[in-house]
Design a protein around this ligand. Sequence first.
Ligand SMILES: [Zn+2]
Length: 470
Amino acid sequence: MEYLIKNTDLFDGYQIIPDTDVLVSNNLVTKIEKDIKLTDEVVIDGTGLILSPGFVDIHTHTDVSLVFDDNSNLLSQGVTTVVGGNCGISGGFNNDPVVDGVINFGHWDIPKWQSLHEYWDWIQSQPLPVNYASLIGYHTLIEESQKTGKSATSLLQDYLSQGYFGLSTGMVYGWGKKIQETKDILELAQVLSSNKSLLTSHVKNQSSGLFDAVKLLTDLWDNPNTSNLHIQISHLKHMFADDPKGHETLKKVFDLVEDSLAKNHSMAVDVYPYTAGSTSLDLPGRQKQCLNGWFDVFPFGYSDSIGTISQKTGKSEDEVVQEILRKNSSLLAVYQNTCREEDVWEIVAKSYAVIASDGLPTHPRNWGTFPKVIKYAQDNNLDLVQYLSKMTSIPSKIFGLTGHGEIKVGLSANLVLFDPKTIQDNATYEIPNLPSAGIQKVWVDGNLAFDESRKVLGKFGKVVKKSTSL
Ligand SMILES: [Zn+2]
């Protein structure tokens, strides 16, 4: 099928080319010029609309949901490429509560993989709604190392050569909790550096200890054989409630990142545009990092917060939590009032920050992240090119997702057509699963995957592997 998008404002990943035509045929962008005249193709009027590269969401937990879930949350935001395996957790084992809690949140009947390798083979055989790349989760890797007796460094090298993009750590989950010092991950970081790969990290502390938690990573560069390592701080946020130093902590983190960049190290952060976090309900100490303790914490599947349940039942908030955890020990929850709005947007504005959803079904970020940032940029008269780059060409370049996040003749057509006047996130904390407005059409690999019918029209995605020819 051929598509001709006429008279559109084309954002090609780097600049806006006003009022031009774009031809898509045989899965590729085949022409970009004014007044393309052809007769057989489907013509789409792009007047007043922006045609952009499909958004590249580098921080997701979609490793299982891509196969089992509807995934309209991704396509309805204009996302065409996702990176999974984040926060230390990638596909590889089932019956592991750490893994299941984060990637099998739908309790789907997943295959009984016993290694990352088995997962990797499986996902490549599945039809996917969007393109999928993956990191190796530190927890999953160490679990495999423990079970097989193979060293984590040799397993890592093996998996990197199979097309994984790097290693993710989640220093509050599973084996990740055992990382206490820089030296605990140095050998793995050296393997990553020699493969020009990334280390992404859900850092150990996102509150008063945020600076030290980030420094644990940047100190890696003080060691030999680390110069080609890229460090990516996942979902950078500052939970201010139990931090007496307040904004100063976040400012110190910005300085640390900027110092590292000034020394020519490769570093970036990703961020989602919401003040609430979402993670397991049993994460120790987390309630202290919320302004109102347990009060504003919403467990997945419950319409009331812990505070409201406590008031309704007369039980203490702690009792309510324990009761819920007895039924489901890996339950997700949304922690409201953890970050300050102005801090979130300050992070978003940084030149080294890219937009990523960290989507989980309990949280509106799963449905609204990208349209919310575009609307924010529009409402505040910010440079749209800069903000769109944060969700297309920049994340793609960080990960080396060649051919994604940009529109050029000859590249696979992963595209989103949206109305800059009406684009808006609709998902809220009360109703987190509402599609955004303004996304008109989405193409995955040249196929129309989403349109005004608001339905997923087909599975046209592919597994994207890191090229090993460095
Ligand atoms: Zn995380």
